[in-house]
Ligand binder design. Structure first.
Ligand code: CP3
Length: 341
């Protein structure tokens, strides 16, 4: 197996900078569109043969150094009792959002083997022939809570913050339940064979640093410390660059970095022992090949100051991205980083 990604997660020397791309299996790939034209998104997530097929597409097409399980952060939320729908125009919708004590009490405990067996089946199928490490993942409790309380994406997260500030005990009770769900979900993925896990905190950045400490961080810490020692754990608090010293307390081996901070500044804040993942602006991939090469090389060179660097975008690849540019990006990262060593 190509273990460059895992070595970088552990801070070991590598021959080049490993690269994968958040949302690498997705709509920018015609091969994904073809599979997706036959089934809706949730059916795709729940059909192991198809989920495994689209997980492999970017590995074959882009030559990335890791695969990420094809699923969605909201799959376990549906499994503990909320009705979920993906609308083409509005994104995810969770019906009957959690706004009170009855809503919190109604949520079930996750039994992964019983409730989401297709996730473990997909992992087992993938592990049979995969030549690169497989990343499992979960949403972080705070991000999952925002979807569950708002009922979908939101602009100002008023319902979430209302609960945090007016009924903090209820909010913490919800977070405790979600945290237990995430722990058993990730443990089941690890038992099924994933080689690393990433916890996506896509909405952590709507919190002030002190609210992040009070309402989000301790739950991430509990998750990270509950999982198998030695297995690489990545924590990505999107839009968290203004509070990296707080994010660093998560205990994760690797921290995801978005593009709003210069990679050198992020490493300076975290210290030279840090292992980082990121952080090219996903929209760079709409530029010319020259610009992509130049900006990617810049991130590669800056990343070398860290103990480990996994190249990635600073957030998910966008559906409109030209595939050739994504391929060129992976190639550039591999070439430039081999030469720089
Ligand atoms: O390739 C991969 O990265 C693995 C698969 C993956 C998906 N979603 C597939 C997906 C992963 C890791 C996710 C995580 C996820 N899902 C996050 C965290 C990362 C981030 O983007 O911040 C979040 C917030 C979600 C919730 C979600 N899922 C939204 C808001 C949407 C709608 C917006 C959009 O991009 O369509 C989804 C749908 C979704 N998840 C798609 C894919 C490929 C598109 C579904 C389709 O095919 O129509």
């Amino acid at each position: 197996m190509n273990d460059t990604f895992l070595k970088a997660c552990r801070g070991e020397k590598t021959d080049y900078t490993p690269v994968w791309i958040m949302r690498q299996a997705g709509r920018y790939l015609p091969e994904y569109q073809k599979v997706r034209s036959k089934v809706d998104f949730l059916t795709l997530c729940k059909t192991p043969e198809l989920a495994a097929e689209v997980t492999l597409q970017p590995v074959d097409i882009l030559k990335v150094d890791a695969a990420i399980l094809f699923s969605d952060i909201l799959v376990p939320v549906e499994a503990i009792g909320m009705k979920l729908e993906f609308s083409e125009s509005k994104g995810p919708i969770l019906y009957d959002p959690v706004r009170d004590s009855i809503g919190v009490s109604r949520l079930r405990t996750l039994d992964p083997e019983e409730d989401v067996p297709f996730v473990m089946d997909t992992i087992k199928l993938l592990k049979q022939g995969l030549k690169v490490p497989l990343i499992g993942f979960s949403g972080a409790p705070f991000t999952l809570a925002t979807y569950m309380i708002e009922g979908g994406s939101s602009r100002n997260y008023v319902n979430t913050k209302r609960m945090m500030y007016s009924e903090p005990e209820l909010f913490h009770r919800l977070m405790d339940k979600i945290t237990d769900c995430v722990i058993s979900y990730l443990k089941a993925q690890i038992d099924a064979g994933v080689d690393a896990v990433q916890v996506f905190d896509s909405w952590a950045g709507i919190l002030s640093p002190s609210d992040f400490d009070e309402f989000a961080l301790k739950y991430v810490q509990k998750i990270i410390s509950s999982l198998k020692p030695g297995l690489p754990k990545i924590y990505f608090a999107f839009n968290g660059s203004a509070m990296l010293n707080h994010v660093q307390k998560s205990g994760a081996d690797v921290l995801g970095i978005d593009w709003r901070i210069d990679m050198s500044d992020a490493i300076n804040t975290l210290g030279p022992d840090a292992k980082v993942q990121g952080n090219l602006d996903p929209c760079t991939l709409f530029g010319t090949k020259d610009v992509i090469a130049r900006k990617a090389a810049e991130v590669v060179k800056k990343g070398m100051a860290a103990k480990g660097h996994i190249f990635n975008l600073g957030h998910g690849i966008l559906p409109e991205t030209p595939v050739d540019n994504a391929k060129a990006l992976v190639q550039t990262v591999h070439e430039v980083s081999s030469k720089e060593r």
